[in-house]
Write a protein that binds this ligand. Structure first.
Ligand SMILES: Nc1ncnc2c1ncn2[C@@H]1O[C@H](COP(=O)(O)OP(=O)(O)OP(=O)(O)O)[C@@H](O)[C@H]1O
Ligand SMILES: [Mg+2]
Length: 279
């Protein structure tokens, strides 16, 4: 199948004298209508990988190497104007901190409508109808369009972010921990919403999570990151049921068994520190 997004040997390093590699030779690809989950512990480079795809990393803080191809086009070769057109229009992104990504002084209706105006020229009644439709789609009554972010619950704000990110029907969605802060019922509603969009719009999805429950629910493919490197990648069945890398096995051992059959096993960093990470 043709690739929607291909990341080739992406490296992100600090610009300071330490030249620390935060992301090291990461390669992965996303196909239309499929979800790739990126898992790995805190600080393993998941968000930096997503942000560099979107060209959102500060050049003063980090430098990047490698290529990111979207529909075969090298994103680095695009002008910032063309990149802006892709961002939000063809690639949607849900950031890790949705609570701080909404503007507190603008209504949610305005904020959901903004990408539609900027990218597709919607205005007036057509815009209003589309905003209502999007709100309903994410499970918020359309009459809440005039509300401000602080009048909504955390889960509703997260849904507003999702409505914004899918407003222009992007070909691809990058979702960085979209449900981490939510309770399990809202979490499963949002995941099934995203999963439904993936199928109905044939959208490719890069979903960052540290929750293996989420992975087994929505992933088609899984990429495991450890200290900036990909240590294992494969189909969800391969990675969850037949993990090869010791770190993946250790991560899976930490997943609580809801039925309480399996004792929790914390990761033993003494031996993980000895592990070889691809150079
Ligand atoms: N601008 C920056 N300059 C220097 N180091 C950074 C910068 N941004 C992130 N880092 C470091 O890079 C590493 C990877 O960060 P990243 O945010 O990608 O982790 P993550 O896998 O998304 O973790 P989490 O699960 O906690 O969100 C961390 O060690 C972090 O401290
Ligand atoms: Mg992160």
């Amino acid at each position: 199948m043709s690739k929607l997004l291909t990341i080739e040997e992406l490296t992100v390093a600090t610009t300071n004298a330490l030249d620390r590699k935060l992301v090291n030779m990461v390669s992965l690809s996303i196909e239309p209508g499929r979800t790739t989950c990126v898992v790995g512990e805190s600080g393993s480079g998941k968000s930096l990988t997503a942000l560099s795809v979107m060209g959102l990393l500060s050049k003063q803080l980090v430098r990047t190497h490698g290529r990111v191809l979207f529909q075969g086009k090298d994103l680095a070769s695009l002008s910032s104007e063309d990149m802006r057109k892709i961002r939000g229009r063809q690639i949607g992104m849900i950031f890790q901190e949705p609570m701080t990504s909404l503007n507190p002084v603008l209504t949610i209706g305005f904020q959901i409508g903004e990408p539609l105006t900027v990218h597709l020229g919607y205005k007036g009644d057509v815009l209003k109808a589309k905003v209502s439709e999007l709100l309903e789609q994410v499970g918020i009554p359309a009459n809440r369009a005039g509300s401000y972010p602080d009048e909504l619950s955390g889960g509703q704000r997260q849904r507003v972010m999702i409505a914004m990110s899918i407003a222009c029907q992007p070909l691809m969605l990058i979702a960085d921990e979209p449900t981490t802060a939510l309770d399990v019922t809202v979490q499963s509603q949002i995941l099934s919403l995203l999963d439904g969009l993936k199928t109905s719009m044939n959208m490719g999805m890069l979903l960052i999570t540290h929750d293996f429950g989420v992975v087994s629910d929505v992933a088609d493919d899984v990429v495991v990151m450890f200290r900036g490197s990909v240590v294992e990648a494969g189909s969800v069945d391969q990675v969850l049921n037949h993990p090869q890398h010791p770190y993946t096995k250790a991560l899976l051992d930490c997943v609580p068994d809801v039925a309480g059959k399996k004792p929790l096993k914390p990761i033993d960093y003494a031996w993980l520190n000895e592990l070889e990470v691809p150079a």
